[in-house]
Design a binder for this molecule. Structure first.
Ligand code: SF4
Length: 337
């Protein structure tokens, strides 16, 4: 049983403390029926014009990856970045209608829409709400190029729409080779092999597929990189990127460390913490936006070379350098929802 645990929300004036053991978590779904805008413009220096446009039909994510940078966005809503992010899910039922309205005005100027960055567009609720599916359908109608980043095989349900899109790429976020390696950090996600199977199905449908090895957690999963790239290649992927773990806020750092202590032996936790600190110049957090997805040491340089060597060896087209992946994975959210 999971109990409620959230770091203090820096945006809340008051906070509550439980006397004794906190109550168990329960899934709560909130429907935000008055969503005014569904396309978010966010800074991204890897994009022409310096902007990325994203669509997220949900807030919060049941997958509960402990490293997830989207946890901070839940605090803006007054919720916590811990279990609240994983169990209090906001759904935007009118997202497809809003998207249609927005694209009616902007589709000629819309360079690209990304489905990701604030949640997994294929979190389990999507199976019944079908909001990502309906939004992709709108993109097909307006012939807007799309990229989707997900950890969920549920995306294969939407092959009929994905194949109608003018231009589309799908990236599977896959930083760990095995279920055992993934579990401490991605406790509620589909297992890595399920993601590879979905990757193959998408590739066989003729859609461009890639692997995102993100995050690389220093001292933990660097050795998975060659195997991940090999398996991705066999599963039909033609693109790859990686980036280093970044803990963007105090709340995310606190929750990440707390969960490591609960799920890994102390020696393993100490090794990870010490290795991250070496890469970050003494702390767990990066000191500037530029440093967000890259390390400082020769060890990181070797990790980067390892990724590049195997990407080239396996013939990944357009593989993205880690520095670029840092930027492409880390848009500054100019406006959130
Ligand atoms: S699947 Fe993506 S959005 Fe969901 S918790 Fe994991 S990293 Fe965050």
């Amino acid at each position: 049983m999971r109990h409620i645990v959230n770091p203090l929300n820096p945006y809340n004036k008051y906070s509550a403390e439980y006397v004794g053991e906190p109550p168990p978590t329960k899934l709560e779904v909130f429907e935000e029926i008055a969503t005014k805008k569904v396309i978010t413009k966010a800074f991204a220096s890897d994009r022409d014009g310096g902007w990325r446009y994203t669509v997220n039909c949900y807030r919060g994510c049941i997958h509960g990856c402990t490293y997830c940078f989207a946890r901070q966005y839940h605090e803006y809503l007054g919720y916590g970045a811990g279990t609240d992010f994983e169990t209090k899910i906001v759904v935007k039922p009118n997202a497809p209608a809003r998207l249609r309205e927005e694209l009616k005005k902007s589709h000629n100027k819309m360079p690209h829409l990304d489905f990701s960055f604030a949640t997994d567009p294929y979190l389990p609720l999507e199976a019944s709400y079908e909001l990502t599916r309906k939004c992709l359908d709108v993109c097909a109608e307006f012939q807007v190029p799309v990229a989707v980043i997900t950890k969920a095989p549920l995306i294969t349900r939407d092959l009929d729409i994905l194949t109608r899109l003018k231009k589309v790429s799908v990236f599977f976020s896959l930083p760990f080779l095995t279920k055992e390696k993934s579990n401490p950090f991605e406790p509620y996600t589909p297992v890595p092999d399920a993601r590879f199977r979905a990757m193959k199905i998408i590739a066989e449908a003729g859609i461009t597929v890639g692997i995102g090895i993100a995050p690389v957690i220093p001292g933990y999963n660097e050795s998975d990189i060659p195997g991940l790239l090999e398996k991705a290649k066999v599963s039909g992927a033609t693109r790859a990127f990686m980036s280093m773990l970044h803990l963007d806020t105090d709340s995310i750092e606190e929750y990440f460390v707390q969960k490591m202590h609960e799920r890994l032996p102390p020696t393993r936790v100490n090794k990870i913490i010490n290795t991250i600190k070496r890469e970050r110049g003494g702390s767990l957090r990066h000191h500037s936006y530029k440093e967000r997805g890259v390390g400082k040491t020769k060890q990181w340089e070797m990790t980067r070379k390892l990724f590049e060597f195997h990407s080239r060896r396996l013939g990944f087209m357009d593989h993205i350098k880690p520095e670029d992946a840092l930027v492409s994975q880390a848009p500054f959210q100019q406006s959130l929802f």
